[in-house]
Design a protein around this ligand. Structure first.
Ligand code: C2O
Ligand code: CU
Length: 560
């Protein structure tokens, strides 16, 4: 082989696309006040990535901001490659200001919409964006090709610097300040003061249909979304296609994505509002109780004016649990010849874990702003996870550094009580601080049952697992019953998601096949709960074959 052809063939096999993400602080004005926010390439929301199924890309992250950052590719399986997964002190040390790190993002089975976001402290409030995953070249979509596609990234905006918000609530032990606005594609909309900073609008042509690539990038709020007079058809969720499902409103939890078809079939001489607002069920739990709105207009020579007062779409009431689970519970995997479901049927490991809010006594000589002068915390199986701060768990695992984590995460609640009862004794509220992980063998079939509790305040929790998607085989209200509930599981076409909404004072069961060696974070995607310790880590051992083994670390992992 000539040198030239050798060089060519080598460059062919390295033909991966590369992107540059410059992380920088830029001034932004919203709600009549301005501040500097951390962004990627100066944008909020950040840039959209477009890839094909199975593609590998490289993203060079250059940190020119004043603070640390890491990036996570939410919903991307990253087979054998936790090195580029992102969560701070779990799989990497942060990228410090003035330094850079190149992520290798390996797409495998995902199709539809996933997203990327910062995964250190609360920087993801402004550092996030959508990822559109198209079918492999030459492969069809399982629905007619849309004429048009748009990201709908829902978010939250604080007037204050988000770092101050975190600093305040972590030092006082109280709840974080609610955000000052919800946003659609970065815009609060005209129901807030100073909407001159922009309204998000969609322009459609009559009789064409669009694919909405929806992401809930809000920090702490499950959201309802709807468009006046327009029906929505869900065709994908969390990077996997679903059976088409018609809906007049959407429910989307932080971390989740949806692919939604929108048919532009209404009177083109009118404008239509779209709106989103909170679903929040915690008693005495405050939340951002306001509405973000945008406009859908048709291309039409005569620009129609907007109705006054605004004619908003119907959205369920803020604590309408039935409306929420009516929507979530009807989502089904596509389960077609091209996109079969493979729900694990032979469970080798069953984990039952409570998910709970907790209270710690206030340390002497400090003042605490949690309920009754306590400090708020959160736990899985009564363990409030303590994240290391000078090494990451992946590094400790790979290089056999001891003393960083234990492997004794309990796979059953340490104390069984009526988890969802009304008045639970106060002694149950206190959790245990520890860094305990769940070791798993390669090729195991795992079932996890998340059991919500009514300790401190029962509320819905969007639980997210890195490195995998899981099938939601069942859910219900009250306490999980191991004798009767499994007989009602859907083992045929359950939704296959990476973030699952566990009902308030209820339970939810997921199954997944352990086919991805590495260190994988699992946590509540409400950031205040994650900050309070509602998380753990799965460490999946290598399998026997070379392609079942962790990839070697890339050069230049950031150091702590
Ligand atoms: Cu969306 Cu641990 O992340
Ligand atoms: Cu939670």
């Amino acid at each position: 082989m000539s040198l030239l052809s050798e060089a060519l063939s080598l460059s062919n096999c390295e033909a991966h696309r590369e992107y540059t993400f410059v992380v920088e602080d830029v001034p932004y004005k919203k709600l009549c006040s301005s501040k500097r926010i951390m962004t990627v390439n100066g944008k909020f929301p950040g840039p959209t990535l477009r890839v094909h199924k199975g593609e590998t890309i490289f993203v060079n992250v250059i940190n020119r901001a004043s603070d640390n950052v890491t990036l996570h590719w939410h919903g991307v399986g990253q087979p054998r490659n936790p090195w580029s997964d992102g969560p701070e002190y779990i799989t990497q040390c942060p990228i410090k200001p003035g330094t850079s790190f190149t992520y290798k993002v390996i797409f495998s089975t995902e199709e539809g919409t996933v997203w990327w976001h910062a995964h250190n402290s609360w920087s993801r409030a402004t550092v996030h964006g959508a990822i559109f995953v198209y079918p492999s070249p030459g492969k069809p979509l399982p629905f007619p090709k849309p004429h048009h596609e748009v990201p709908i990234v829902l978010g939250e905006w604080w007037k204050k610097d988000v770092r101050e918000v975190v600093e305040l609530f972590t030092s006082t032990g109280g709840a974080p300040n609610d955000s000052d606005a919800l946003t659609i594609n970065g815009h609060p909309g005209f129901l807030y003061p100073c909407s001159d900073s922009g309204i998000s609008s969609l322009s459609l042509y009559i009789c064409m249909y669009s694919l909405l690539r929806m992401v809930n990038a809000a920090m702490n709020i499950i959201l309802f979304f709807a468009i006046k007079d327009h029906n929505l058809t869900v065709v994908g969720a969390d990077g996997h296609y679903t059976k088409p499902m018609n809906a007049s409103y959407i429910v989307i939890s932080p971390g989740q994505t949806l692919d939604v078809l929108l048919n532009a079939d209404q009177n083109p001489k009118r404008n239509y509002y779209m709106a989103a607002r909170a679903y929040s069920t915690g008693v005495n739990v405050s939340f951002t109780n306001s509405t973000t709105a945008g406009i859908l207009r048709y291309h039409h020579p005569r620009k129609p004016s907007l109705s006054n007062p605004p004619d908003l779409p119907y959205l369920p009431f803020y604590n309408d649990t039935n409306a929420t689970f009516e929507f979530l519970g009807n989502i089904r995997s596509l389960n077609s010849d091209d996109h079969p479901s493979s729900v694990p049927q032979n469970i080798s490991r069953k984990i039952i874990s409570t998910i709970s809010l907790n209270l710690f006594q206030c340390p002497a000589n400090s003042s605490c702003e949690g309920p009754n002068g306590s400090r708020l915390a959160a736990s899985l199986n009564n363990i409030t996870f303590v994240t290391p701060n000078n090494i990451d768990i992946l590094r400790a695992y790979y290089y056999h550094i001891t003393g960083v984590f234990g492997t004794m995460f309990p796979t059953f609640p340490p104390l069984v009580f009526n988890f969802t009862a009304q008045d639970l004794p106060l002694f149950l509220e206190t959790s245990r601080l520890a860094t305990e992980v769940v070791p798993l063998d390669f090729a195991e079939e795992v079932e996890i049952v998340f059991q919500g509790t009514n300790l401190v305040a029962g509320i819905d929790h969007p639980m997210h697992l890195h490195g995998f998607s899981f099938y939601i085989v069942g859910y219900g209200f009250g306490n999980y019953d191991e004798r009767t509930d499994p007989s009602n599981y859907n083992l045929i076409d359950p939704p296959y998601r990476n973030t699952v909404t566990v009902p308030k004072n209820g339970w939810l069961a997921v199954r997944f096949k352990v086919d991805n060696p590495g260190v994988w974070f699992m946590h509540c995607h409400l950031d205040r709960h994650q900050t309070w310790g509602m998380e753990t880590v799965f460490i999946v051992a290598n399998g026997k074959l070379p392609n079942e083994t962790l990839l070697p670390p890339p050069p230049h992992m950031p150091t702590c």
